[in-house]
Design a protein around this ligand. Structure first.
Ligand code: UFG
Length: 354
């Protein structure tokens, strides 16, 4: 029997790449998205239109918000989901400090609404899109899943992911028939190798890779490197960048595990990272190599809330999901550049559109 999966936030960056890989692996996919962070010029968001073309299959799409319990009820009644993959969330760290209530409403209350609908309709398998941000400031490296969470989360976005994980763990303790895998991502970057789908940040990118790629294409004058006096080999921040296609494969591996004959019990958190770190200047050098462009940069003050180094211990994913990342930083930069070159306005048909 073909498993039917609900993907919340399936029009976003990680969501759309995962939907593509799910379709290619034979799953039936239903996407729910409220389009706060997606371009939609027709009945379906552009990212999903392109996913459908790449997969040569269609996706059922609902524009709905997780806080709308009536809409959720209608969707769950019209389908028989075996599992939910839950991406839908706000994710801008800086914005979350200005608008904490929006983050708790969307991320925490939205997840609560989803869990209530799942419980009502007897769907009790979930793959959750979490973040390495739950670890806060690393107490040791590499970061394994036993590292304390919640302490030292520096912003409401990070805390919202931590609170959701706590909520999921409580639910699994109270109701042992639930199976939840929480995937803690490190730094997802890159794009599908076709250049048809990729990351499409609204406005000025907060994250390193989209900013670098906009400098390469001439949209931004220069990169600001946030500090070169960290205790790292070249003084700039070190992160565990992971290719978006590896990340998408990690979700399919998690889904197959929760739907398989030997499912994991209760709440299980698993890192998705490569286990390797790259500095800001290493990313700049790799992007120059991938694009053939010079990336102009200037070193400025450290950014508040940043840590020197963060990278994963990826052993548990290998052990429990038989998954490990395959692509390196050069692959990530090549695919990010390919996407940027072919889509200078992201998913918009012209520069001025929002
Ligand atoms: N950086 C710059 N200039 C920029 C942007 C970033 O020098 O314009 C540096 C940062 O200081 C950091 C590195 O590039 O050293 C990576 O920064 P990102 O903003 O790309 O990523 P972060 O590690 O800060 O944040 C990411 C996700 C968050 C998540 C966090 C922890 O974007 O959602 O990882 O898991 F919370």
């Amino acid at each position: 029997m073909v498993a039917e999966v609900l993907v919340t936030g399936g029009a976003g960056f990680v969501g759309s790449h995962t939907v593509l890989v799910l379709l290619q692996n034979g799953f039936k996919v239903v996407v729910l998205d409220n389009l706060v962070n997606a371009v939609s010029e027709g009945p379906k968001p552009e990212a999903l239109v392109r996913v459908e073309k790449l997969a040569k299959q269609s996706v059922v799409f609902y524009e709905a918000d997780l806080c709308d319990s009536k809409a959720l009820d209608r969707i769950f009644t019209s389908h028989s989901f075996q599992c939910v993959i839950h991406f839908a969330a706000l994710k801008a760290v800086g914005e979350s400090c200005q608008l904490p209530l929006s983050y708790y409403r969307n991320n925490v209350a939205g997840t609560l609404g989803l869990l209530e609908a799942m419980k009502k309709h007897k769907v009790n398998r979930l793959v959750f899109s979490s973040s390495a941000t739950v670890y806060g400031t690393p107490q040791y490296l590499p970061l394994d899943e036993a590292h304390p969470t919640g302490q030292g989360c520096t912003n409401p976005y990070g805390r919202s992911k931590f609170f959701i994980e706590e909520m999921l763990a409580d639910l699994c303790r109270a109701e042992p028939d639930w199976q939840v895998i929480s995937l803690r991502y490190f730094n997802p970057v890159g794009a599908h190798p076709s250049g048809q789908i990729g990351e499409d940040p609204l406005g000025i990118p907060n994250n390193l890779m989209p900013f670098v790629s906009q400098v390469a294409i001439g949209k931004r004058k220069e990169l600001q490197v946030y500090g070169d006096d960290y205790e790292t080999p070249d003084g700039t921040g070190v992160r565990d960048y992971i290719h978006i296609m590896d990340l998408a494969d990690g979700h399919v591996a998690a889904l197959e595990r929760v739907l398989g004959k030997d499912p994991l019990k209760g709440f299980v958190a698993i890192n998705l990272g490569t286990g390797r770190g790259n500095s800001v200047l290493e990313v700049v050098a790799a992007f120059e190599k991938a694009s053939g462009k010079t990336i102009k940069y200037k070193v400025v003050e450290r950014r508040a809330g940043d840590v020197a180094t963060s990278y994963a211990d990826p052993k548990l994913a290998k052990e429990l999901l038989s998954w490990s990342a395959k692509k390196d930083i050069l692959d990530m930069c090549k695919d990010a550049w390919n996407w940027q070159m072919h889509n200078p306005n992201g998913f918009r048909s012209s520069e001025n559109q929002k």
